[in-house]
Design a binder for this molecule. Structure first.
Ligand code: 3HC
Length: 291
C-alpha cells in the first residue's frame, strides 16, 4: 500500500542494482519507470523482469496476479525526462562517480516537480556531496540497497546535515512498505554501516591472497564454513562487481591519502582486464555458462 501519497518511482541506472530495485518497487505496487543511458543495459533489465516474474510464479513464490500487476507497473525508457517528470521519488543507481551523480542530480532537479525526493543508492558516497548540485538539498538522502536487491532485506537510510527529518521518515516508511527493513544513520559516514564492516573483511582477504597465503577459493571456503557467511569475500566481490571494489578503494584513497586504502594489486589487474565478476562473465570465478 503506497505510503505518503507516493505513487510514481523513477529508478535511474538499470545495472547490477537498479534493475532489481525497480522490480522491488513494482512488486510492491508502485508505478516504476526505469531508465539508463545504455540501451543494452536497459534491454537486459527488461529481459530480467520478463524472466524473473514468471519464474517466481512457477516456483510458487508469487501469485500470477501479483506478477502480472508488477510487470504492468514497470516500464523502461532511455529518456530521463520521461522517466522522472512525474516521479514522487527518484532512486539513483548509476556509476559510482561523484561528477556523474552531481550532473544527474542537477538535471533531475530541473526535471522533477518540487516535492520529489532524490535518493542515491551509492555504496559509499554521502548525499551531502551530491545535494549541493540541487536546489532542494532537504529532499536529498541516501537509500542504500544490498545485492541482490530483490533478496536482501536491509536498506540503509542516511540522513545528511541537509536532509529534512520528513525526507528521512518518508524513505524509511517507503523501504518498509516494499518489504525491506531499514536502518537509519543519523549522521553521514563514509561507507555507512555495512560497507565499512565488509571492507574490513575484504581488505584482509585481499591481503592474504596478494601475499600468496591461500587461494581465493580456500579463503572463501574458510569464511563460508567457519564464519557461516553465505558467500566468501571473493565470491561476494564477483556478485557486487570488481569495478565497484576498485572505485570504492580509489575514492577512499583519494579521501584519506592513506596508501593502505589503495586498491590491491589483484583488484587493479582485474579492473583493467574488465574481469568485473558476474556482470562481465569472469571475475575471481568464471560465469561464462551463467544466463
Ligand atoms: N537475483 C535475484 N534473486 C536471487 C539472486 C539474484 N542474483 N540470487 C539468488 N536469488 C534468490 C533465489 O531466487 C532464491 O529465492 P527463493 O529462495 O525465494 O526461491 C534465493 O535468492 C536463494 O538463492 P539460491 O538458493 O540460488 O542461492 P543461495 O541460497 O546461495 O543464496 C544469495 C544466494 C542470496 C546471493 C546468498 O548467497 C547471499 O545472501 N549472499 C550474500 C549476499 C550479500 O552479502 N549481499 C550484500 C553485499 S554488499 C552490498 O550489496 C553493498 C553494495 O553497496 C556493494
Amino acid at each position: 500500500m503506497p505510503v505518503h501519497g507516493i505513487k510514481n518511482v523513477c529508478v535511474v541506472g538499470a545495472g547490477n542494482m537498479g534493475h532489481q530495485i525497480a522490480l522491488c518497487f513494482a512488486i510492491a505496487g508502485y508505478q516504476v519507470k526505469c531508465t539508463d543511458i545504455n540501451p543494452e543495459v536497459l534491454k537486459k533489465a527488461e529481459e530480467f523482469a520478463d524472466r524473473y516474474l514468471p519464474e517466481r510464479v512457477a516456483k510458487g513464490k508469487m501469485s500470477e496476479e501479483v506478477a502480472r500487476q508488477a510487470r504492468a507497473n514497470l516500464s523502461f525508457t532511455l529518456d530521463l525526462k520521461e522517466a522522472a517528470a512525474d516521479a514522487d521519488v527518484v532512486v539513483e543507481a548509476i556509476i559510482e562517480k561523484l561528477d556523474a551523480k552531481r550532473e544527474l542530480f542537477a538535471r533531475l532537479d530541473e526535471i522533477c516537480p518540487p516535492h520529489t525526493i532524490l535518493a542515491t543508492n551509492s555504496s559509499f558516497i554521502v548525499s551531502s556531496k551530491i545535494a549541493t548540485a540541487t536546489r532542494r538539498p532537504e529532499k536529498v538522502c541516501n537509500m542504500h540497497f544490498f545485492n541482490p536487491a530483490l533478496v536482501m532485506k536491509l536498506v540503509e537510510v542516511v540522513k545528511g546535515p541537509h536532509t529534512a527529518q520528513e525526507t528521512a521518515q518518508i524513505i524509511l516508511d517507503l523501504a518498509r512498505d516494499i518489504g525491506k527493513v531499514p536502518v537509519l544513520l543519523q549522521k553521514e559516514i563514509y561507507g555507512f554501516l555495512v560497507n565499512r564492516i565488509l571492507s574490513a573483511i575484504t581488505h584482509e582477504a585481499l591481503y592474504l591472497y596478494d601475499m600468496g597465503i591461500a587461494s581465493h577459493e580456500d579463503i572463501d571456503r574458510a569464511v563460508e564454513l567457519a564464519l557461516g557467511h553465505p558467500m566468501g569475500p571473493f565470491r561476494l566481490m564477483d556478485l557486487t562487481g570488481i569495478d565497484l571494489s576498485y572505485y570504492i578503494a580509489m575514492e577512499r584513497y583519494r579521501e584519506t591519502g592513506d596508501p593502505a586504502h589503495k586498491p590491491s594489486p589483484v583488484i587493479v589487474e582485474k579492473f583493467v582486464k574488465k574481469e568485473w565478476g558476474r556482470k562481465t562473465g569472469k571475475g575471481f570465478y568464471d560465469y561464462s555458462d551463467a544466463k
